[in-house]
Ligand binder design. Structure first.
Ligand code: IMP
Length: 428
């Protein structure tokens, strides 16, 4: 049986955690393939409310394999804290497996993230400060340390010593920061190795074996397409590939094994951090939506920027991922709005644009062209079937579907697992 991917269609925070928890009922494994603990996936079900950063969102299902693939950058302290918290709440974490090829976020990565952001001044990216960018930089420059290396500390020593000496030069001489002691880093590595060892293994082989034994698996995207290092609003992006290509390299997956790629979109838009967002809105409407939806970052607590649904960006995401279907989340947040808008085009420098521009300054100058729809008073919150939706909400969903260019398979009407409308099956 095949793999199905759940990918963010916007700037992250689309509600992928809830969707993965819901769909995981029909799979044997949930696998993260990219990003790190910059992600914040919220899962609400009969076992409680969980905020996950690295642990895949299938963790609440019994006997589920939850795998962290080679494309993920792992902060061991973050992962261990998350595992301990889940265990203390009665969740079995024994089947969490971390790829030995995944790169480690080292203490100097976290420090460099904040030093670099400070040095960027007014050009700061608004990173989550979790060391994600610097860890991926080291991966690409071949100076990274992998989870498997932690288990072979003696072999790692010379490389670690050299790397740390270089990072200390960089942190102190270029950025004016404080150095980190080798002894402290070594002590951490020893502790991580001991605690993580039972969870470390050949994740790509495990994924292949699961597929060969006819199991369905779910690929859990983190962040979103518009934050993708290649396809997003560069340079205001994360340092990984949250798009479907990242799932292949981030797991060592055979592309033929992917049977469906579901794009998750919020019924409006949010963005956290800097960078252009053509359909951003300010003022009372934005404030009300933010408060109603509690649009504050799960990882950093920062208020999220709010905008109307951006169908230009949405269509672009569909194209670069080849979405076979979409999930529309948080429809209930629009309940009671007198009217709702969809951005159907951009206008900049006196002309209309028919695609998502590559140039960030141009994207920044884009003015949204809106279609406006009558809102709905009858709530969609908690609805579990299409027949419970008011006609205006259905009209809205249909228009989103038409503009993005793929079928809405699931509508989410609340944070809990059961507050879901399954329009058509995603996993076969
Ligand atoms: P980084 O991933 O911490 O380097 O941050 C780069 C950009 O991606 C910043 O604008 C972050 O706010 C954004 N970002 C990273 N992870 C997430 C996420 O899970 N949801 C939403 N935005 C994110």
């Amino acid at each position: 049986m095949p793999a199905y991917a759940v990918i963010g269609g916007q700037w992250g925070d689309e509600g992928k955690g809830k969707v993965v928890d819901y769909l995981a009922e029909s799979v044997q494994a949930v696998v993260r393939f990219g990003g790190g603990n910059n992600a914040g996936h919220t899962v609400v079900n009969s076992r409680g409310r969980f905020q996950l950063h690295l642990v895949p969102s299938g963790i609440c299902w019994p006997e589920m394999d939850n795998i962290i693939g080679n494309g993920v950058v792992v902060d061991p302290d973050g992962l261990l804290a998350e595992l301990a918290d889940l265990s203390s709440r009665g969740i079995d974490t024994n089947r969490v497996l971390v790829s030995e090829r995944a790169h480690v976020i080292m203490p100097y990565h976290v420090l460099l993230d904040s030093l670099e952001e400070k040095a960027r001044g007014s050009e700061a990216l608004g990173t989550t400060g979790r060391g994600i960018g610097p860890a991926y930089v080291d991966k690409a420059s071949r100076g990274g340390i992998r989870v498997g290396d932690l288990l072979e500390l003696e072999d790692l020593m010379p490389r670690l010593e050299q790397t740390l000496a270089f990072k200390n030069e960089l942190m102190t001489k270029v950025y004016g920061g404080e150095p980190i002691s080798l002894d402290d880093v070594l002590a951490k590595c020893r502790d991580w190795a001991e605690q993580l060892a039972p969870h470390v293994g050949p994740a790509e082989q495990t994924v292949q074996d699961l597929l060969a034994r006819d199991n369905n698996i779910l690929l859990e995207g983190a962040q979103g397409t518009l934050l993708d290092i290649d396809h997003g609003s560069y340079p205001y992006v994360t340092s990984s590939s949250p798009t479907i290509g990242g799932a292949i390299t981030g797991l060592g997956l055979n592309p033929q094994s992917i049977a469906g790629v579901v794009g998750v979109y919020k019924a409006y838009c949010t963005r956290v951090g800097e960078g252009p967002m053509p359909s951003e809105i300010q003022g009372q409407v934005a404030d009300e939506l933010r408060e109603k939806a509690q649009e504050y970052g799960t990882t950093t607590g920062r208020p999220r920027r709010i905008g109307w649904f951006d169908a230009v960006a949405g269509k672009y995401s569909r194209l670069v991922n080849g979405f076979t279907g979409m999930v529309l989340t948080r429809l209930d947040i629009l309940d009671g709005s007198p009217s709702v808008k969809i951005c159907v085009g951009y206008r900049a420098d006196g002309r209309d644009l028919d695609r998502f521009p590559v140039n960030t300054s141009l994207l920044d100058r884009c003015q949204p062209i809106y279609e406006e729809f009558a809102g709905w008073d009858q709530p969609t919150a908690g609805a579990t079937s299409l027949s419970q939706l008011p006609q205006n909400a259905i009209n809205y969903v249909k228009r989103v579907e038409e503009l993005v260019g793929c079928k809405v398979q699931i509508i989410s009407t609340g944070p809990a697992r059961e507050e879901t409308i399954l329009v058509e099956p995603v996993i076969h």
